[in-house]
Design a binder for this molecule. Structure first.
Ligand SMILES: N[C@@H](CCC(=O)N[C@@H](CS)C(=O)NCC(=O)O)C(=O)O
Length: 202
């Protein structure tokens, strides 16, 4: 039986990395397929939605959309709530992270003057509003829903990590520091033994 395959760019970031972490925490032995940027244009039309990550499971067509992949892995391996309402609440927060990526992502390819203006405006308005909404909906501790890590926590972790490494031009690394629950989820994932084991392995 071939192994499950997770296909994404060769970078420990964003939608691909959260899916790799989920598979690792789930204990799934998977092929971590990393695509070079130069190979992507050829592969793109062969993927379900023209984007990555893509999860390939034996006897199934390829599955795309990070949240669908995370919910599937989480539901199968105890990393997503079995209660349907709580699961939907987690999925709401996962969509909130996708909304953030949908707003910040397009600035990546902007010329610098335009990027600076767009991001400075986000620092004033969108990003604090996004973080306040995230904060309001985190009900548990140390993770989103309580004591157990779930796929939603991996997604929140990746969102905070994107900025707090200080490598997103014109957005201060401290942008989410005033949101203690968001910071707590980020730190709890960073300090989780399974997550640490992944970074010792790759
Ligand atoms: N809604 C999709 C978005 C996927 C997406 O935009 N992925 C990016 C990488 S994080 C990508 O494939 N970019 C290359 C492209 O769109 O050509 C998801 O959640 O998976």
């Amino acid at each position: 039986m071939p192994k499950p395959k997770l296909i994404y760019f060769d970078a420990p970031v964003s939608r691909g990395e959260e899916c790799r972490l989920a598979l690792h925490l789930a204990g799934v032995d998977f092929d971590d397929v990393r695509i070079k940027g130069s190979d992507w244009p050829k592969l793109k039309p062969q993927t379900p939605y023209g984007s990555m990550p893509v999860l390939e499971l034996p006897d199934h067509p390829p599955l795309a959309q990070s949240n669908a992949i995370l919910v599937l892995i989480g539901s199968r391996h105890g990393l997503h709530p079995s209660d349907d309402f709580e699961a939907a609440r987690h999925e709401g927060m996962m969509q909130h992270v996708e909304d953030l990526r949908g707003v910040v992502g397009p600035t990546i390819r902007m010329p610098d003057a335009e990027k600076k203006a767009a991001r400075e405006k986000m620092v004033e308005t969108y990003l604090p509003a996004w973080a306040a909404a995230a904060e309001k909906n985190i009900t548990g501790a140390p993770f989103f829903g309580g004591e157990r890590i779930n796929v939603v926590d991996l997604k929140l972790h990746m969102a905070v990590r994107w900025f707090n490494a200080g490598k997103v031009d014109h957005i201060p690394a401290t942008i989410f520091d005033a949101y203690p629950k968001l910071v707590r989820v980020h730190d709890a994932v960073r300090d989780h033994a399974g997550v640490k084991a992944w970074y010792l392995k790759v």
